[in-house]
Ligand binder design. Structure first.
Ligand SMILES: C[S@@+](CC[C@H](N)C(=O)[O-])C[C@H]1O[C@@H](n2cnc3c(N)ncnc32)[C@H](O)[C@@H]1O
Length: 252
């Protein structure tokens, strides 16, 4: 209420654009005190129609998950492969927020399905490769668990385009062995399931398709970066680390 009133007053005094820029400068100064960044108001992705629509639907359903920049990367990546044959796969779904941006990015009329692999019992056991520089892992077994029924409900508006495989990675990968993919999203936080996911899906991604890893640039997930770097060390593709913390590979 108070925020809306200040907004209206600011717009009246200075006009919408000038007011937004002043507001941005103030927010930037406050954020900088603790070394945070705020998104620049002129970034066009913030007002991308498909992104805004997908975000609003997700917010209306109260679905928690990653920040706007990561969600936009997923939507933009999914949009970029509309003409590449193959379904989508996601390893690690939590509440289904990332899945929603992937399915939305494919387009409303798309027949592409999203095959989702998750334990629905949270993370597996972290190993030695998941230890942070200061000592132990940021995670323990079972963290981030969300029951399957909640994810089904959160993705219900996509109908049978979202296909759920409950189990520990890689136990159920064999069920999509014959599949071909245009996009794979890996978001399981740990070394072992990240490695298992890229080992299985990489050969099944069509040229021009993309492989995204959510955790590549996260200080909490050193094992995920290690798995991606090790796996792609002898592959022709380069791993691009994004400012959002994700990594992106475009299959040759
Ligand atoms: C960070 S969350 C995924 C977040 C989701 N992609 C999003 O952005 O909204 C990690 C997920 O990976 C799953 N997970 C972690 N390790 C797993 C494993 N070894 N096998 C199956 N699922 C696993 C967890 O259950 C959890 O749902």
């Amino acid at each position: 209420m108070i925020g809306r009133a200040i907004d209206n007053l600011g717009e009246r005094l200075w006009g919408r654009d000038r007011y937004r820029r002043k507001y941005y400068k103030l927010a930037k100064r406050i954020a900088a005190i603790k070394g945070f960044e705020v998104y620049k108001p002129h970034l066009v992705w913030l007002t991308d129609e498909e992104f805004v629509a997908a975000r609003e639907k997700t917010e209306r359903r109260g679905i928690e998950g990653g920040p706007n920049d990561r969600c936009y990367t997923l939507l933009a990546a999914a949009r970029s492969v509309r003409d590449i044959p193959g379904d989508f796969a996601e390893c690690g779904v939590r509440f289904g927020k990332s899945s929603r941006f992937l399915l939305s990015g494919a387009g409303e009329q798309s027949a592409k399905r999203l095959f989702i692999f998750d334990s629905f019992e949270g993370l597996s056991d972290p190993g030695a490769d998941d230890a942070m520089s200061g000592g132990g892992a940021a995670w323990v077994k079972g963290d981030l668990a969300v029951p399957e029924e909640i994810v089904r409900r959160n993705l219900s508006d996509f109908g049978d385009r979202a296909v759920l495989y409950k189990g520990w990675i890689p136990d159920r990968f064999g069920e999509v062995e014959a599949g071909r993919f245009s996009l794979v999203h890996v978001d399981v936080d740990l070394y072992e399931p990240t490695m298992a996911a890229v080992e299985f899906f990489y050969p099944r991604v069509n040229p021009g398709g993309v492989i995204l890893c959510d955790d590549y640039g996260s200080a909490d997930c050193p094992g995920a970066k290690k798995a991606i770097d090790e796996f792609f060390a002898d592959k022709p593709e380069n791993v691009i680390g994004l400012t959002s913390g994700q990594s992106l590979v475009i299959k040759r």
